[in-house]
Design a protein around this ligand. Structure first.
Ligand SMILES: C[S@@+](CC[C@H](N)C(=O)[O-])C[C@H]1O[C@@H](n2cnc3c(N)ncnc32)[C@H](O)[C@@H]1O
Length: 357
């Protein structure tokens, strides 16, 4: 990966197991060192080449453009990194569910090659689209990205973010970020125009499931009743680390629109959509999906596992990994103390699927 303003990304490659930056190692590794030994580049196999400062790249790599050394880091099952609020964050955060563009760029670098096509059918304010553009300057090369979004406001924000970001980049003498192809409408319809096997990576953050109205009414009643009681143990509405309105805001969907699906309907809708999306993904491509779990009704809603099984049951894909994105800087809250253990969610799941043969 090329060096850039986002030094935290590059420095990661020279990070010890305890997470600290190892300057000596960084210096050493600008030499052709692999596995602790200085290598003789004349002895590399025909399919190998040494990339200065990055290690040995194997030309047979069909997944990404990473060297063996970078691959070792990139296959770690936990991404323990906080991405600072940047890239016009104030503007993007009008959408409660936006994802850090540099996190998206890291994932795009792991699961695609320069020049590949990336699709985000639930694009929001463009975390994936911006990530694909960042790959040109901070990763292994530009990807063409297509995004679908049904809310016009989020598209407007993506466009304004790009405009402002590029003004700032030009004033610093940096090359602009490429504009990606964002299409307004319902992803279930827009996917029809995407040719089969034309997408190398589908990277998306699905709209969340929100409790249906019946469940909400039940919770509101329980809250009122528990407030009349001696103490609030088991008052789920009060102890939930997320509630329906917060979920809706995070999703970028108005709350009244989003509270109408039961969980089973949400899973069936996602499964049907991914079945269609999978047709667009090339046989050696990947589908990478952000999904947070929830705590509801005094129990853990394992939405990531439920969604993975639902998608596998309809779409011809197999779950290859569940990466955990853990943000160490996320604020903690006291939920349930001192009567009930309620998790403070500081992670998101990133499901990785591969198309079946
Ligand atoms: C979780 S958000 C994605 C946020 C995105 N990762 C970002 O960085 O901004 C899901 C988005 O999907 C959009 N959406 C939901 N259903 C859709 C559909 N059927 N077609 C197109 N967009 C949809 C919502 O408007 C919302 O912006």
């Amino acid at each position: 990966m090329a060096d850039d303003g986002g030094r935290h990304r590059q420095s990661r490659l020279f990070t010890d197991d305890d997470g600290s930056f190892d300057a000596e190692r960084a210096r050493d590794e600008s030499l052709p060192v692999e596995g602790g030994e200085l290598i003789d580049t004349d002895e590399l196999a025909d399919h190998q080449r040494y990339v200065e400062g990055r290690g040995i790249y194997d030309e047979r790599n069909r997944v990404n453009d990473l060297t063996g050394k970078e691959w070792k880091y990139a296959t770690k099952s936990v991404i323990a990194e906080s991405y600072p609020p940047d890239v016009q964050h104030d503007l993007r955060s009008e959408h409660g569910g936006q994802k850090p563009p540099r996190l998206c760029a890291d994932l795009i670098d792991r699961f695609s090659k320069a020049g590949d096509t990336v699709l985000d059918p639930f694009a929001g304010v463009g975390g994936t689209l911006l990530g694909a553009s960042f790959c040109e300057h901070e990763g292994t090369g530009l990807r063409e990205a297509i995004g679908f979004e049904r809310t016009e406001r989020w598209i407007e924000i993506y466009e304004t973010v790009l405009e402002r970001e590029n003004e700032a980049r030009r004033s610093r003498g940096e090359p602009p970020l490429s504009e990606q192809d964002v299409r307004h409408g319902d992803c279930g319809e827009l996917i029809e125009a995407v040719p089969e096997d034309s997408v190398d990576l589908l990277l998306t953050d699905v709209p969340y499931w929100h409790m249906d109205e019946l469940e909400q009414t039940r919770n509101e009643r329980a809250t009122r009743e528990s407030k009349l009681g001696a103490f609030d143990v088991g008052d789920d509405a009060a102890t939930d680390s997320t509630d329906a309105v917060a979920d809706a805001e995070r999703d970028g969907t108005p709350a009244d629109e989003s509270d109408t699906q039961t969980k089973a309907e949400w899973l069936a809708d996602m499964a049907a959509k991914f079945d269609r999306f999978a047709d667009a993904v090339a046989p050696d491509g990947h589908l990478v999906v952000f999904i947070g779990d929830m705590y509801r009704e005094q129990s853990y809603e394992f939405l990531s596992a439920d969604l993975a099984r639902a998608i596998e049951s309809t779409a011809p894909v197999t779950l290859a990994a569940n990466l955990i994105w853990y943000d160490p800087t996320k604020d903690l809250h006291v939920y349930g103390y001192p009567f009930s253990f309620v998790p403070s969610m500081v992670h998101q799941n990133v499901l990785v699927f591969r198309p079946d043969d």
